[in-house]
Design a protein around this ligand. Structure first.
Ligand code: 5GP
Length: 174
């Protein structure tokens, strides 16, 4: 059992927020004149998407996809189930997938294949965290908040067995 007292800070709130402001500015500039559809991957994205969407000073829609991965809590099996689908079609839209972390890349590979069948105009990927040490497949990542070492990270939306998502920084158990 891990509690918040066991955690060391990997990325503090101030560092998170200033990087997210930069990402928002870059995304707003890149999507000028486009029909931007932000799609957050539940549940881990909820805090990041709330902050990122406010940093993107441009009209857009926000929708969510709920995914759950089969298998052990702290490893990716790559077998993914859609638990809650988008509420609107994305045909012809410029989709930006917003994810908390890309680890093996297997979840994102599945997701990009799935979204591609819905005929969007474009699909890009924005992840707050990237852990390249565990990559098991190549996935295109267009926007990365932070590249991190191989820690199991917790907080700012990321859970430890469904707990601790509400911690306002990114931590890990040393
Ligand atoms: P992937 O398929 O890229 O291995 O993993 C993607 C999903 O696994 C993430 O969306 C997240 O739910 C979970 N995950 C991967 N690494 C971590 C981690 O360090 N901490 C937590 N809390 N979840 C992780």
């Amino acid at each position: 059992m891990v509690t918040r007292k066991d955690l060391a800070v990997l990325i503090d709130e101030e560092t998170l927020q200033s990087r997210i402001l930069e990402l928002g500015k870059q995304i707003a500039a890149d999507y000028e004149g486009k029909d931007l559809a932000l799609i957050g991957i539940l549940k881990g994205c909820f805090m990041f998407l709330a902050d990122l969407s406010r940093a993107i000073e441009r009209d857009c829609t926000v929708d969510f996809l709920g995914l759950s991965s089969y298998g052990a809590a702290t490893t990716s099996s790559g077998v993914v189930k859609i638990t809650s689908d988008l509420t609107r079609p994305i045909e012809g839209r410029d989709v930006l997938v917003v994810e908390d972390i890309i680890d093996t890349g297997l979840t994102m590979r599945y997701l990009l294949e799935n979204l591609g069948t819905r005929r969007p105009n474009s699909v890009r990927v924005c992840t707050l965290l990237h852990k390249p040490a565990n990559a098991r497949c190549e996935v295109p990542i267009d926007y990365v908040g932070f590249t991190i070492e191989d820690h199991f990270v917790i907080g700012y939306g990321l859970d430890y067995a469904e707990r601790l998502r509400n911690i306002p920084y990114i931590g890990y158990k040393p």
